[in-house]
Design a protein around this ligand. Structure first.
Ligand code: DAH
Length: 340
């Protein structure tokens, strides 16, 4: 009687396992037969109705049935999993002939391209490229450049002070002083780098921008050398037709001083929107190094003379690439940067 019941349970279970086609279904079968309230378990619970001498035999039979069901469940599970994996592999075929994803390769910033261009021109004329610190002594940024304390020129170049004697340089001109102090004469150098001013951000201003300083010191250097050099620089940078105009100006560390305009490379000097109708575009400041500046750096102005100039790098980049807002250079929007 008990044996028949067990036989039936076992057969029914194996049949259901045979017919099941999902892992969840196998789990349901496991619970229904082997679980706490499962059919086999309830047989065990009715053992008390079995004659004591029969119990070991019946117990053995229950265990056999359990083992058989478990084994079948395990087999079915393995087979099902293998089948599912095979179907999945069929679904997820990889087409190795598809083109690969494109790598995003970056490139130089317009500022860097413009700087490389300026460096190329001056290195071609025999100049050395040197660098100075961005955190600078007041002494080098101002005093040795003929800008003592309380000099009005300091107002135009208000910057960020670390303390009374150290500041973020407001110009690359202190590299002139450092070069004169440490290098053998003659000197022919350019010094590119970052400078700082306490300016509000707008289309033409930023608290941090870049300049390229130039300095030449030798015997018999005259204003003609300065003119010839910068005229050649302008032609190389903006095209062979470019003309230069020297407008008298004042800088404390040069005498005489000038600002240099180039003929508008868009309209050739006739006047257009780009040059605001004037035909000229201002690009830099320059002059003959002031004798007092030479003296302060230990160079005898009776023996040596020289010229200096300072170019705004962003200004060159904006002009060259016809960009009308300096902020675009700092926002690092790749949609903008990609264009150069
Ligand atoms: N340092 C000046 C400025 O920031 C630019 C300049 C003018 C540099 C004349 C020079 C120079 O070397 O000779 O406004």
């Amino acid at each position: 009687m008990m044996k028949e019941t067990l036989e039936k349970i076992r057969e029914e279970a194996l049949k259901q396992i045979q017919e099941s086609d999902a892992l969840e279904r196998l789990n349901e079968i496991r619970v229904a037969y082997l679980g706490k309230k499962g059919e086999l378990t309830s047989v065990l619970k009715s053992m008390k109705d079995v004659a004591p001498e029969e119990r070991p035999k019946v117990g053995q039979m229950v265990n056999d049935a359990r083992a058989a069901i478990e084994e079948k469940l395990e087999e079915a599970k393995t087979a099902l999993a293998a089948k599912m994996r095979e179907e999945q592999l069929k679904r997820e075929v990889i087409d190795v002939t598809l083109p690969a994803k494109k790598m995003n390769v970056g490139h130089s910033h317009p500022n860097s391209i413009a700087l490389e261009e300026v460096e190329r021109i001056f290195v071609g004329m025999g100049y050395e490229v040197v660098e100075g610190p961005e955190v600078e002594y007041d002494r080098y940024n101002f005093e040795r450049l003929n800008i003592p304390k309380n000099h009005p020129a300091r107002d135009e170049q208000d910057t960020f002070y670390i303390n009374d004697t150290i500041l973020l340089r407001s110009q690359t001109s202190p590299v002139q002083v450092r070069t004169m102090e440490t290098r053998e004469l003659p000197i022919r150098m350019i010094a590119p780098g970052r400078v700082f001013r306490s300016d509000e951000v707008d289309a033409t201003h930023s608290p941090s921008f870049h300049q390229i300083e130039g300095l030449v010191i030798d015997k018999n250097i005259t204003f003609a050398d300065l003119k010839g050099t910068l005229a050649e620089f302008a032609r190389e940078l903006f095209g062979p037709e470019t003309k230069v105009k020297f407008r008298p100006h004042h800088f404390p560390f040069t005498e005489p001083s000038a600002e240099v305009d180039v003929s508008c490379f868009k309209c050739g000097g006739k006047g257009c929107r780009f040059c605001k109708g004037s035909g000229w575009i201002e690009i830099l400041g320059c002059g003959m190094v002031h004798p007092h500046v030479l003296e302060m750096s230990g160079i005898d102005p009776n023996e040596y003379s020289g010229f200096a100039f300072g170019v705004g790098l962003e200004r060159i980049a904006l002009l060259k690439y016809e960009i009308d807002d300096m902020r675009l250079l700092y926002e690092n929007d790749t949609r903008f940067l990609k264009q150069f």
